[in-house]
Write a protein that binds this ligand. Sequence first.
Ligand SMILES: [Mn+2]
Length: 292
Amino acid sequence: MNKIGIYYAFWTHDWDADFVPFVSKVKGLGFDILEVNSGTVTRMPNHERDRLKKAAEEADIELTFCIGLPHQYDVASEDVSIRRNGIEFLKKQAQMLQYMGARELGGIIYSSWPASLPENADRRPYLDRSVESMKEVIKTVEDCGVLFNVEVVNRFEQFIMNTAAEGVEYVERVGSSHCKLLLDTFHMNIEEDSFEDAVVLAGDNLGHLHIGETNRRAPGRGRIPWTEIASALRRIGYQGSVVMEPFLMPGGEVGRDIGVFRDLKGDLDLDEEAQRALHFMRDVLDGNGAAS
Ligand SMILES: [Mn+2]
């Protein structure tokens, strides 16, 4: 059975937050996982990390980590000093995961976010530099016994990989079982010809899954073909985490960076909505026909 989680920023306007209160919140709602921002935890002093780790252990909530690297840490940059800073930052994140007793980190960890290709530039040199940087980072990731999942995102947010096929090519070039793919249904909806084919193509390289509707509502409110996705996940024997990343509220850093410019929340109670989506996904992943 897949563990199901939710990203804390469903409830926040800022990326930096105290994650401890979210541990008991998601536990109370019935989730297995709380996904948090790894940049924040990497910058935390150890006594704050200890507080978060203890809260998660006591609640039996797994912490997973996510980040879109800021431009000063772009490991695909033409500027060697920016690449070096990014490589060192990612190594620190691997060490943070090990310290936290956590298993995995995902996101745009292969370049920066958001980013577009400069006019008339060739994508390949960025890809090549990214692979070289990740090959160095992944040695530390292996030493720490953790997993880095590169997130395939849509063309409006990144240019290095937009499809599962490009993601598979990337992780095969990195060539470590500690580097896998993160697919996200929101991005897949824009770029993939077929959800099923993309999941099957990812196969054993799929390390983590983000879920959300086409407009980033919580699962079960829109047009994403959940039964098709769940059946593809069963076909590849996917045992990894399934983490929802809904964003309903405009405003703050989160609203700005995610592009939430209208109120998608309306009269919804956020906790009830998260719990509804959790039950919906449990049903879908269990293969129950009730969800379509
Ligand atoms: Mn995502």
